[in-house]
Design a protein around this ligand. Structure first.
Ligand code: F6P
Length: 292
């Protein structure tokens, strides 16, 4: 059996655990495409044993590298990738909803693919969980908890920008955990008058507002600039949590769920079930569904 694995899109903490777990089961039968679909297109395919190592299995990042590969949508590049994918009995693809489309396209063209949700954004349809989400939330909480004491001491308020692309899962989860005073998770919730009121109410009590903002709505610096103008004082600070959400040390839950996804992948490979997505239900159980 020849098994190929690749990671696509933004890296996600827990990916290393998954790849290591797969390697441990199939050893010399496993190969990887360097840096996702890009390596598949270029034929940069190598044995996993050359790169995986026990010491990085619980670390964030991904040793086989990941990338975004928009050209994979173009026929010329897709065909190159397809020819390389066809050399394998199964191709395991880790990523978010964009990568899922790539996995589906390969399957529809005769490749035995298995798709595994792995993106901090948790934006894979029908799955309650994707590898990386728990750690990204933990890092968001950590950044806020380590910033607010300073904000409070200076009588300021703060806007925290968290990742998530166009999806608000990280933003909502972080806001809930830190009991944020206001959440900007979409354009509609960017109500300057309301936010100003929240900040003022806190200020009169010598307190500070904590506002969690999803990225890609309006830059937090611009939101703060406008609020400071409305308030007539420079009291609204900003903090972009950024890539610490991807680079953060995986949580125990993350490692456990990555291992669950790997265990299910092993089962599917052994029973020769292909052309599927491994998803997770609300009870943290893996479920298997066809591509939609
Ligand atoms: O998809 C994961 C993610 O971290 C998003 O939350 C974010 O919008 C994006 O990747 C950033 O991508 P890049 O690191 O390629 O700029």
């Amino acid at each position: 059996m020849k098994i190929l694995v690749l990671c696509s899109g933004g890296d996600a903490p827990g990916m290393n655990k998954f790849v290591w777990s797969l390697y441990k089961k199939f050893k010399k039968e496993t190969f990887y495409a360097y840096s996702g679909f890009s390596g598949l297109v270029k034929g940069q395919i190598f044995p996993l044993r050359n790169i995986v190592e026990r010491k990085s299995k619980n670390c964030a990042g991904i040793v086989i590298k990941s990338s975004r590969c928009p050209e994979f949508k173009e026929e010329k590049f897709f065909k190159l990738g397809l020819a390389n994918a066809k050399k394998f009995d199964v191709v395991v693809i880790l990523g978010g909803n964009g990568s899922e489309k790539g996995a589906k396209a390969l399957f529809e063209n005769g490749v035995n693919t298995i798709f595994v949700p792995a993106t901090i954004d948790n934006d894979v349809e029908e799955s309650s969980y994707s590898i990386g989400f728990d750690t990204a939330v933990k890092e968001g909480i950590y950044a806020i908890k380590n910033t607010m004491p300073s904000i409070y001491s200076m009588n300021n308020s703060c806007l925290f920008e968290v990742m998530g692309r166009k999806h608000d899962a990280i933003c909502q989860e972080v806001a809930k955990a830190v009991q944020a005073d206001y959440v900007i998770c979409n354009k509609e919730s960017l109500d300057y008058e309301k936010i100003k009121d929240v900040i003022l109410k806190k200020l009169v009590r010598s307190d500070s507002a904590c506002v969690v903002v999803r990225e890609n709505i309006v830059e937090v610096e611009k939101i703060a600039e406008k609020l400071n103008l409305m308030l007539g004082a420079d009291i609204v600070k900003t903090q972009v949590v950024g890539r610490t959400q991807r680079g953060g040390e995986p949580t125990a839950r993350e490692l456990k769920l990555a291992k669950c996804f790997a265990k299910e992948t092993v089962r599917l490979i052994k029973t020769k079930v292909f052309g599927v997505r491994i998803l997770m239900n609300d009870k943290d159980e893996t479920i298997v569904k066809e591509f939609i």
